[in-house]
Design a protein. Structure first.
Length: 318
């Protein structure tokens, strides 16, 4: 059952197929299967290098101690348990990329390393930075500790896995046709990209201490849901569905907001297995608000444009 675009009359139409959404998700999949191909293996390889280079041995005890001293006891306990379970990738992602810990080492490393150990740590850290910079998620993901302007546009083109991509697509499907069919194919890409930027800005503001790059399309899918709610809110709109007994498409009028709970799939998935970035729900919630706000701005522009056209017509006729 899919909601109909506002201007439709219960008929399927190629004009209202959400081509913009389809193109974006096709690009996302292409990036995942080409540019990001093998990234998880590359991360595992880098984690192995991190162990074999001696960097893990130099940092592990200091990191756990630093976490406890700085009040991050639950994280310290979690990482110790992960190490016992031989979950080296989780430990690696948490420790190796923590910029606050790296700054702590550069500031106070002389207190627990001798001169040779300190020099070895600095050289190995520089090599780690060079190697990790080649990872797509590090290069184009949105890192709250060091956000680059371009990454506000690129973060949602990357995904952790095909499942990560598929979850975003499946949640988008019920909203895409009605939303894009009403907004129009010309405005949709602009609102899509602008909403992603706003969601990214909100993530930087509210999760400033995060350091795992935010990736994935769920914030912009959330923006599409926000557009849908901004367009239809509590209005009743036509939903189209296929009647198996009558073997034809039919319509039924239902409140548009009946689909809103589908948004919860996104934060639940991110929590249990999506992007490694913490508190991704912040970007998703910001996406909903950004999408709704962009729709209101577009409506104001429509009203202003209509008034200007009417005024011009009156002047011409006068």
């Amino acid at each position: 059952m899919l909601p109909m675009p506002e201007r439709e009359s219960g008929q399927l139409s190629l004009k209202t197929v959400p081509w913009v959404c389809i193109v974006f998700f096709a690009i996302y999949l292409l990036v995942l299967l080409t540019y990001q191909r093998g990234e998880q293996e590359d991360q595992l390889e880098l984690a192995t290098w991190y162990q074999q280079s001696g960097l893990f041995e130099l940092e592990w005890e200091n990191y756990i101690s630093w976490l406890r001293i700085s009040g991050q006891v639950p994280k310290a306990d979690f990482l110790e348990a992960a190490r016992k379970d031989k979950d080296s990738l989780t430990v690696f992602q948490a420790m190796a990329f923590d910029p606050s810990f790296e700054r702590e080492n550069r500031l106070r490393g002389d207190q627990y390393w001798d001169v040779d150990e300190r020099l070895r740590w600095e050289q190995t850290r520089e090599e780690f930075a060079r190697r990790s910079a080649a990872l797509p998620s590090v290069r184009f993901g949105l890192n709250p500790q060091s956000p680059r302007p371009s990454t506000y546009l690129t973060f949602h083109f990357l995904h952790e896995s095909v499942i990560h991509w598929l979850v975003g697509l499946l949640v988008l499907v019920p909203f895409a046709w009605a939303t894009e069919g009403t907004v129009g194919a010309r405005r949709m890409p602009l609102i899509w990209l602008a909403s992603g930027v706003l969601a990214g800005l909100a993530y930087i503001v509210f999760v400033p201490n995060g350091y795992q790059p935010l990736i994935g399309s769920t914030p912009v899918v959330s923006a599409a849901i926000g557009m849908y709610l901004g367009l239809f809110a509590l209005k009743k709109i036509d939903f189209i569905y296929f009647h198996p007994k009558q073997k034809k498409w039919q319509t039924i009028s239902l409140p548009a907001a009946i689909l809103a709970p589908l948004w919860l799939v996104l934060p639940i998935y991110e929590y249990y297995g999506g992007s490694p970035a913490p508190h991704a729900w912040v970007a998703q919630l910001a996406g909903v608000l950004a999408g709704a706000a962009m729709i209101q701005l577009a409506r104001q522009a429509d009203v202003a444009g209509a008034e200007q056209e009417q005024q011009q017509e009156e002047e011409d006729s006068g």
